[in-house]
Design a protein. Structure first.
Length: 380
């Protein structure tokens, strides 16, 4: 949550005292300060207007999220073959510059628009979906369920009197993942709040010598970047139509052992429960510890495969078995050890250009001094 400071108002603004001598000279400065004080107050005056909007409760691969489609959004993006709810409403809409997006003032007006949702394909109505009552938190209210295969459609609201509700027409883009794979979430031992991800077998996991990593396998799906971005944030201007993004949708169930292939030998690692401990003192952080070492609690903080990076292996490969002992497709990754670098060596290398530059300056100064001494004086 972003907390914004209160703007200065004319009543609370006190300019510096203006001397009586040379008042005209100070007048432009005083006027400028007064204008600057008043400008923030004017910028925060949000103008609301009543409008038709859609409120959504849509599936994003991991779960359901609430979305909002103001008049500025002309296309609604939804996942294929999933139940999504669209609720037609009237509310007060305003534009917030800080978020560069339209927002709804639901507290002032939140009126359900009666009627049925019509779904069109090529201009022809292919389905009429009535509104139903839903009480699945956080969505509570009237809405129509949209569950369609991949394709391009349109939606609108047919009012009870047979007319089309103004502003209810939207394009509807239904998309699906291009492919599925297996990814890992990587939790550093002292970086519980900063996990990283690896999505494809070509990824390389880099780790410092002596560090410990905790791997959690996930089922992942690859979506079009633009479609998925607009699914989660309908007003976003980000996302690229020619790019793809991986989404970890759920933990991989039925995993067996993790195989570490060092070339000359292989080691199998079991998934174990771990807990997260807060670091004592002024270090202000967290670290992953064995389940037994963190006290008795009903559930562990994570179940993962622990990897140690030692000096004996510069790199090795890993892959995951399923419960039947078969290698899971796409689970291969490479781990590489990052050698410790002497900090003084970095300082030395960074200082070389400065040292060389200083040496050149001194040498040039000495040559110029010698040249001046060699010149005949005016007395000669």
């Amino acid at each position: 949550m972003v907390r914004h400071s209160e703007p200065l108002s004319r009543a609370s603004f006190h300019p510096f005292p203006v001397p009586t001598v040379g008042l005209i000279r100070w007048l432009p400065l005083v006027l400028t300060l007064l204008l600057l004080a008043a400008a923030p107050a004017q910028a925060w005056e949000l103008k609301e207007f009543e409008s038709f909007v859609y409120s959504g409760y849509v599936f994003n691969g991991l779960g359901y999220i609430s979305t909002f489609y103001p008049p500025s959004v002309d296309t609604i993006y939804l996942l294929a073959d999933q139940q999504n709810i669209l609720s037609p409403r009237r509310t007060l809409v305003y534009f917030r510059p800080l978020t560069d997006a339209y927002e709804a003032d639901w507290a002032s007006l939140n009126q359900t628009v009666t009627g049925a949702l019509e779904i069109l394909d090529g201009g022809e109505v292919i389905a009429t979906v009535p509104q139903e009552s839903h009480d699945a938190q956080p969505f509570v209210g009237q809405g129509s369920v949209v569950d369609l295969p991949v394709g391009r459609y349109a939606v609108r609201i047919r009012a009870d009197d047979g007319s089309i509700v103004p502003g209810s027409g939207k394009k509807l883009a239904i998309f699906a993942p291009r492919r599925q794979g297996l990814g890992y979430q990587i939790v550093p031992q002292e970086g519980w709040t900063r996990p990283e991800r690896t999505n494809v077998p070509a990824d390389v996991i880099y780790a410092r010598e002596g560090s410990a990593l905790y791997l959690q396998p996930y089922v992942e799906e690859e979506y079009n970047d633009l479609c998925y971005t607009r699914l989660e944030d309908p007003q976003s201007q980000a996302g690229h139509r020619d790019r793809w993004t991986w989404v970890h949708v759920r933990p991989f169930e039925g995993a067996g052992n993790l195989i570490l292939d060092f070339g000359s030998q292989t080691v199998e690692v079991l998934a174990k429960p771990y807990r997260v401990e807060q670091l004592p003192g002024s270090r202000l952080g967290y670290k992953v510890a064995d389940d037994d070492a963190a006290g008795e609690q009903p559930l562990p903080d994570l179940v993962a495969y622990q990897l140690f990076v030692d000096a004996n292996h510069a790199s090795y490969r890993l892959q995951l078995k399923d419960a039947d002992g078969k290698i899971v497709f796409g689970s291969q990754r490479q781990v590489r050890r990052v050698p410790e670098i002497n900090g003084w060596a970095l300082y030395f290398l960074a200082g070389l250009p400065l040292t060389a530059g200083g040496f050149l300056l001194v040498s040039r100064h000495e040559r110029l001094t010698a040249s001046r001494k060699a010149l005949p004086s005016e007395d000669q």
